[in-house]
Design a protein around this ligand. Structure first.
Ligand SMILES: [Zn+2]
Length: 255
């Protein structure tokens, strides 16, 4: 048996037995991990509010190599993202981000870039208040980090560079399709070269720089049609919380 210490974000909690919780964490040192928090549902639990979804915590846990579930012994809040919890739309966006990470990762695979993306995305959500942009940046960077980087320059079917003509995007092919290949493929959505260039910057620039990108309402509409469908395609199902803020994103359009 060994004791481990790491930073973690709470992805999911499920009640277990009479007073316990099974908690899914995305940890900095071990990737996604399931732990049991004994007594976490008691009123005077030592875990307090540290196991709320999306909270960044320092954790201590111990586990046996033979067991999948480690035992959480200590939990201290580093960042509660309190203001996210005071706003239903921000909270829905936060739930979407942690659900996407939970659904798209396997246990015990450390990925520092992914851990950093999750923290940066939650901070960005709080800082810029533009839910659409925060989510779109999260989505394209998530796809890149997990090896599903959309092909934005060369046709995903014939590999020729796409620089003009009628460009479309294929979620199943994972990128753009040129005008001639577009005639023989189904399930394509039109996308402008301008929206593609924005997507490239969103994918490749660091978070601080990419939050300053201006996204026109028409680019937003185009981006919406390729990013979430790509995430959904790789997960194989909808993420419920994505639909809550979808309805309100028009409030945050830049004019
Ligand atoms: Zn082609």
């Amino acid at each position: 048996m060994s004791i481990h210490k790491t930073k973690a974000v709470v992805l999911k909690t499920v009640n277990f037995g009479e007073a316990d919780k099974i908690v899914t964490l995305y940890t900095q040192s071990y990737g996604k991990l399931g732990v049991i928090a004994k007594g976490a549902r008691r009123i005077n639990s030592r875990f307090g509010s540290s196991l709320e979804l999306g909270t960044l915590i320092d954790v201590l846990f111990y586990g046996k190599e033979s067991s999948n579930l480690s035992t959480l012994t200590q939990c201290n809040i580093t960042e509660s993202f309190r203001k996210i919890r005071e706003d239903f739309d921000l909270l829905s966006a936060c739930f979407y981000m942690i659900s996407a990470v939970n659904e798209m990762t396997r246990e015990k695979q450390r990925n520092d870039s992914l851990f950093n993306l999750l923290i940066e995305s939650l901070s960005t959500l709080l800082k810029i208040g533009d839910i659409f942009k925060s989510i779109a940046l999260f989505e394209i960077k998530l796809l890149k980090i997990l090896g599903y980087e959309p092909n934005l320059k060369q046709c995903s079917a014939c590999r020729t560079e796409v620089s003009d003509g009628e460009v479309k995007f294929s979620v199943t092919k994972g990128g753009v399709i040129c005008s001639s290949c577009g005639k023989i493929h189904n399930d394509l959505v039109p996308i402008s070269l301008g929206a593609l260039r924005s997507l490239e910057k969103m994918r490749d620039w660091d978070m601080a720089k990419s939050t300053r990108l201006k996204l026109s309402p028409s680019f937003r509409e185009e981006i919406e049609k390729v990013l979430y469908p790509s995430i959904k395609y790789h997960i194989g199902k909808e993420i419920k919380s994505r639909n809550f803020f979808k309805k309100i994103e028009s409030y945050h359009l830049e004019v």
